[in-house]
Design a protein around this ligand. Structure first.
Ligand code: ADP
Length: 695
């Protein structure tokens, strides 16, 4: 049996590199014939070829390469010619990095680098690789360094995967914070453009004709502006069809793309689109938008990049749709608030007239009509309250209410609210029982608003009990809070509705509650006003027919001055003042003038600013009550002109308006008004004001 040449014994075994080594003419290489190799090189080569990890041996001062099967991916186009080659000749592009390392290893040092970025040639193009590499010296027979063993792990796939994961996470976080759909498109485009180093990324919405797209949000400052409408057919007639079929369309090199005509290639070139990826965004089977990524230079997009582009398109578009839906909701909410405010305002004028008319009729003495008046008055009060609530709830929702906070004694405030509701409830069998606290309890709050809160709860208590019902009100405090309990023995509330009754327009869905009317606004307003005071409200009930309890908790105030709201109305006082009413609404103005006349004043009435000014000059009234919203000359202008007249000195000018916001009051003050009343004017409040002018 003939002995195989030593070459063959050393390289015996499976694998391409062993086979290449067997066939290689080593005798003609710088290493010389294998039979002449020192044992140290033979052992090192045998170990390198047998290792499952990619490695290469660089032997001798010229660093001649012997590498194994695992290392072929690193060699790429240098394989197989790199076998037996000087490493300097094989890798000239990284020699400046490698040489100092090899020199140190040659002196006996070992090195390793973890996940280092290398830009290596791949099929003729430079590509990024993340490699963990270990360098160690191999000693020869004389125990000097005879070669270098380089072992490596290619972590590129892992690093790319991690980068992608981080990118997707950051993208989701960034998009979640955005509420503007256009901003979302721009931010997603910016993120992908910087991750892929692509020149231009953006969204275009497909027009209903499906021929044109409108580029909306995009990123790519380096290139000329691209916003606008584009006819897709001028670039690629088949594109829309392919996108409609759900295909992502890829053009790595537009300039040399033979499926395009010269005209189409020129159209692309004009926009400096050298390489493109276009992703369809399809909803309910129709193409609604596209996501495009482009590069000025030709670029072959990897499958990983395409997958990432598609993922970005989907995530961003979901965020766009979420933002648009939220914006639609916000806008509907705004419209609702504006509608409520407008409706309540529009209803004020007729309400003012009816209220004044009723007050006039109240002065007739016939007992039957007195009872009817009482009933009608109650109904008008109820309507006015509903309007006030409606207007207030929309103002609270729009953050237009500002609390005028002061130290209040809650017991006094509650008593006044109880008395006011009792007056309205006159003639009914149901009653309110108030148990005050043993000592005064102070809170910091807006007296008018808190009175509104408790009046609402008391009226609900009376409304949702039978005729002989009873509403208990009690006041107590603990270390930090005041507690007001409004308890009734009425129809009760089912446990699943105890929370929802505080939502706008929610009314309990049972026939008993429904039959009592109402709009489902009061408790929403109560809840929000209490929250504005830093407090909270809770509804309790054992169930239907078992009564209800509303507990209001308000933070206690540090002790301080006490404000009791117990203004008393003094109707019919003997004032000789002359009052001029200016209002373009005949009914409202005339009835107000009549009411004041009944209460002992000399009144005059005009329906326009101009007539009003003339009348003021000739009549010299002490007080002018002037409507604001009037055609031709509004109340502000009327007041302004009046104030310019020397004869108007000493006249009190009072604005009457349906708008009661701070800015309206401010406008009235600026125009020269002394005071501001919200329509429909409460005649008692007006009389109190006029009396206060006298004293
Ligand atoms: P409204 O009373 O105008 O309908 P609210 O917001 O004040 O509106 O109340 C919402 C709903 O809560 C009412 O429709 C009623 O069904 C229920 N509710 C309120 N207060 C009581 C109460 N004291 N007892 C029983 N049900 C009540």
């Amino acid at each position: 049996m003939s002995t195989p040449p030593p070459n063959h014994l050393l390289f015996e075994g499976p694998g391409e590199m062993r086979a290449l080594c067997r066939a290689f003419n080593w005798a003609e290489s710088a290493l010389g014939a294998v039979s002449d190799w020192p044992q140290s090189l033979r052992t090192a080569a045998q170990m390198a070829l047998a290792s499952p990890f990619p490695n290469i041996i660089l032997w001798g001062p010229d660093l001649i390469q012997i590498y194994n099967d695992g290392y072929r991916v690193v060699m790429d186009t240098q394989h197989p010619k790199g076998l037996g080659q000087f490493t300097r000749e094989c890798w000239p592009e990284v020699w400046h990095i490698n040489e100092p390392i090899y020199q140190r290893v040659w002196k006996g040092e070992s090195f390793s680098f973890e996940n280092s970025l290398y830009r290596l040639s791949r099929s003729g193009k430079l590509q990024d690789f993340w490699l963990t590499i270990a360098y160690s010296p191999i000693l020869d027979e004389s125990e000097n360094v005879g070669g270098i063993l380089v072992t490596l792990f290619d972590n590129t796939a892992k690093v790319l995967e991690e980068q992608k994961r981080n990118y997707v996470l950051q993208l989701s976080d960034a998009l979640r914070l955005l509420t503007d759909s256009n901003q979302i498109q721009i931010e997603a485009s910016r993120a992908l453009s910087s991750f892929l180093k692509a020149d231009r990324v953006g969204f275009a919405e497909v027009m209903p004709d499906e021929e044109c797209v409108v580029v909306s949000g995009y990123y790519g400052d380096r290139l000329p502006d691209m916003k606008g409408t584009y006819r897709v057919g001028e670039y690629d007639p088949g594109l829309i069809g392919r996108l409609q079929a759900g295909q992502t369309c890829i053009r790595p090199n537009v300039a040399e793309d033979e499926s395009l005509t010269t005209g189409q290639r020129d159209a692309y070139a004009l926009l400096r689109l050298g390489a493109t990826v276009t992703v369809p965004l399809i909803k309910q089977n129709s193409l609604i938008a596209i996501f495009f990524v482009s590069h000025e230079e030709p670029r072959s997009w990897s499958p990983n990049e395409i997958a990432l582009i598609e993922e970005t398109a989907d995530r961003a578009w979901m965020a766009v749709e979420r933002a648009r839906a939220e914006e639609a909701l916000r806008s509907a909410d705004r419209q609702k608030d504006e509608f409520l405010a407008m409706m309540a305002h529009e209803l004020r004028n007729p309400m003012a007239t009816i209220r004044n008319g009723l007050n006039i009729l109240n002065h007739q003495k016939d007992t039957d009509s007195q009872a009817t008046m009482l009933m009608m008055n109650r109904q008008v009060d109820h309507l006015v309250r509903m309007l006030d609530d409606l207007l207030d709830v929309s103002r609270v929702s729009q953050n237009k209410i500002q609390l005028k906070e002061e130290q209040l004694e809650l017991g006094l405030l509650l008593r006044a609210a109880v008395e006011a509701v009792e007056i309205q409830n006159e003639g009914q069998r149901s009653k309110i029982v108030f148990t005050p606290a043993p000592s005064p309890i102070h809170v910091l709050g807006d007296g008018t608003r808190l009175t509104q809160v408790f009046t609402n709860l008391l009226i609900n208590g009376l409304r949702y009990t039978d005729h002989s019902g009873e509403v208990q009100v009690s006041l107590e405090s603990n270390d930090c809070e005041a507690l007001v309990r409004v308890t009734d023995n009425g129809i009760g509330i089912e446990s699943d509705q105890l929370k929802s009754i505080f939502e706008l327009f929610v009314q309990v869905d049972n026939s008993h509650a429904r039959s009592k009317g109402g709009l489902g606004i009061g408790l929403t307003l109560v809840n929000r006003l209490i929250a504005m005071h830093g407090g909270r409200i809770q509804a309790n009930s054992q169930g239907l027919g078992k009564g209800s309890e509303f507990v209001v908790c308000l933070p206690l105030a540090k002790s301080g001055p006490i404000k009791a709201s117990d203004d008393k109305v003094v109707p019919g006082s003997s004032c000789n003042q002359r009052i001029l009413v200016i209002d373009d609404n005949d009914d409202a103005g005339m009835t107000l003038a009549m009411l004041l006349r009944i209460n002992g004043y000399e009144t005059h009435y005009r329906t326009s600013g101009r007539d009003g000014i003339e009348a003021a000059k000739s009549l010299s009234p002490g007080i002018i009550l002037c409507d604001i919203g009037m055609p031709e000359m509004d109340g502000y202008e009327t007041c302004h002109l009046l104030r310019q007249q020397h004869w108007s000195k000493g006249m009190i000018l009072v604005a009457l308006t349906g708008y009661g916001q701070e800015k309206d009051k401010q406008l009235a003050r600026e125009a020269g008004f002394d005071h501001h009343f919200l329509k429909p004017v409460d005649i008692n409040e007006l009389l109190v004001y006029i009396n206060s002018l006298e004293s």
